[in-house]
Ligand binder design. Structure first.
Ligand code: NAD
Length: 262
């Protein structure tokens, strides 16, 4: 079968587990050399070993995306190994489920620092490299929480809304460098983060509000990422692709009463 990312070097941040790992696995399946970059170094090593065992090409790098020095170290390691970078998925993120009135400045700064500033710093470092090699693909992982006001999502939602707008600015400015930039906005996806950030009330609310009446899987986000990082999406630019089981589209929803028996 034709591999859609053959020969590409792809960095996926926060890919030691969850959505990032599913994306890394899908990219490896499509022929990319994948860089598993995560703040959890041991898990990143384990994830990269797993991909190698499955026949993929992968390396692990430790990075804290909120720390510019750490990002510089990651870029150096990637360029030492591969000499180039073609694809970035800005996926590293931390969840939040703290009411607005209880959100401390420390919480706010931590979440914005990783989910928004971190994505900016990594994208800038990678885009500079892509400019050098003549093009690339960047996908930012935003969230439905950045599009709708949800309970407990003050810092998290603000960071993800900022990331969507940053994507549009990057799309405008990087087009001339042949760098394609888009967002994926996942709805509720079954991962460790969801276990932490979604209590029973959150889960019940999601299942009620999602037309497909279920959480998505990391693999369903990975399939969208493969599309946005392949040549098939070359004219999709500055776009947010919601992968959310219809959550964003839905308005009035009710079950029709059964028709009266004839
Ligand atoms: N799970 C969901 O329902 C959902 C919904 C919408 C958006 N998202 C977004 O998808 C992305 C992945 O989420 P997930 O559910 O797989 O989360 P997860 O918690 O399972 O995985 C996140 C990964 O990011 C890493 N990470 C955290 N902080 C980091 C840092 N400072 N530097 C480098 N790596 C760091 C973690 O170690 C972890 O491996 C996040 O950006 C999240 O906001 C998730």
């Amino acid at each position: 079968m034709n591999q859609r990312l053959a020969g590409k070097v792809a960095l996926v941040t926060g890919s030691a587990r969850g959505i990032g790992l599913a994306i890394a696995r899908a990219f490896a399946r499509e022929g990319a050399s994948v860089v598993i970059a995560d703040v959890n170094e041991a898990s990143a090593e384990e994830a990269a070993s797993g991909l190698l065992r499955e026949g993929g090409r992968a390396m692990a790098v430790a990075v804290d995306v909120a720390d510019p020095t750490s990002i510089a170290g990651m870029m150096e390691a990637i360029l030492r190994r591969h000499g180039r970078l073609d694809i970035l998925v800005n996926n590293a993120g931390v969840g939040g489920n703290t009411p607005f009135l209880e959100t401390s400045l420390a919480d706010w700064n931590r979440i914005i620092g990783i989910n928004l500033t971190g994505a900016f710093l990594v994208a800038q470092a990678c885009a500079r490299e892509m400019v050098r090699v003549g093009g690339g693909k960047i996908v930012n992982i935003a969230s439905l929480s950045g599009q709708r006001g949800g309970n407990g999502r003050a810092a998290y939602g603000a960071a993800k809304a900022g990331l969507e707008l940053l994507t549009k600015v990057m799309a405008v400015e990087l087009a001339e460098h042949n760098i394609n930039v888009n967002n994926i906005a996942p709805g509720a996806i079954e991962t460790e983060m969801a276990k932490f950030a979604h209590d029973e009330a959150t889960r019940a609310a999601y299942n009620y509000l999602i037309p497909m009446t279920r959480y998505g899987t990391p693999e369903e986000i990975a399939d969208a990422a493969v599309f946005l990082c392949s040549d098939e999406s070359r004219y999709v630019h500055g776009h947010t692709l919601n992968v959310d089981g219809g959550f964003r589209a839905a308005g009035l929803m009710f079950k029709r009463a059964a028709p009266p028996a004839a």
